[in-house]
Design a protein around this ligand. Sequence first.
Ligand code: SAM
Length: 238
Amino acid sequence: MVDIKEIVCNEKLFINEAEYYSNKYQIPINSAPSENCYIDLNFENYLVFNEERISNCFHKDPFLKRVKNFQREIMIKKAISYEVNKPKKILDATAGFGRDGFIFALLGQEVTMVDENKGMCIMIESALNRLPDKPYYNDAKSRIKVVNSDSTKLKLNSEGFDIIYLDPMFSTYSKSMSKKELTFLKTYIDQKHDLVNIFLNQNYKRLVVKREKKYQPHAFEEASIIYKGKSINFHVFI
Ligand SMILES: C[S@@+](CC[C@H](N)C(=O)[O-])C[C@H]1O[C@@H](n2cnc3c(N)ncnc32)[C@H](O)[C@@H]1O
């Protein structure tokens, strides 16, 4: 699997943050890049791979639009069977940039974001660390845990998640991921196994899979409910 090799940080203000990631993810900090796959930590966060740079920011456009309108995420709410003041424990097993997971947290859910890629985990944590100091954001942040692991190897039963959420890589871009980001991810992330099949064979209370509209399910993937949106569907297994 491709993953970042170093954290590049030249700005004193962010050295403590860089050291935290360096310890947590066992990645060296350098002042200049020696490899072509690294996190550049500054006032903005960048994941750099093959000369391409991608930033991840929860409080700026284009994602800000979703953040401001999180209560209008009707499809996601239906998919997780959202109930006001009854937070659920969600395992976001393909956390990526953490955008769907952040919407869950804004909706008051307890979210464990898991990604097997260290670069993606740091992009989530550094996006959270760059949020303005406002109760709205701080509350959501307090409900998020970021874990670097292959989610298929986690011991799910012991943590008792109400929802397992999967967003396997798409071939078309959507409102939550731009064309540039999707192209970047497709070269950077190598999605090797069929996660949905693996999770369907484990214990779960409710498994939610985000699918592009044109997706044709295999015979073994008969969802209990499908919530149909304009560009994506949520397949729910109960
Ligand atoms: C399409 S992205 C998810 C985007 C995310 N829903 C968002 O809103 O930002 C898919 C992510 O799943 C991760 N992934 C794939 N297989 C995984 C596994 N077995 N365990 C953990 N993460 C995995 C990839 O590293 C990638 O970051």
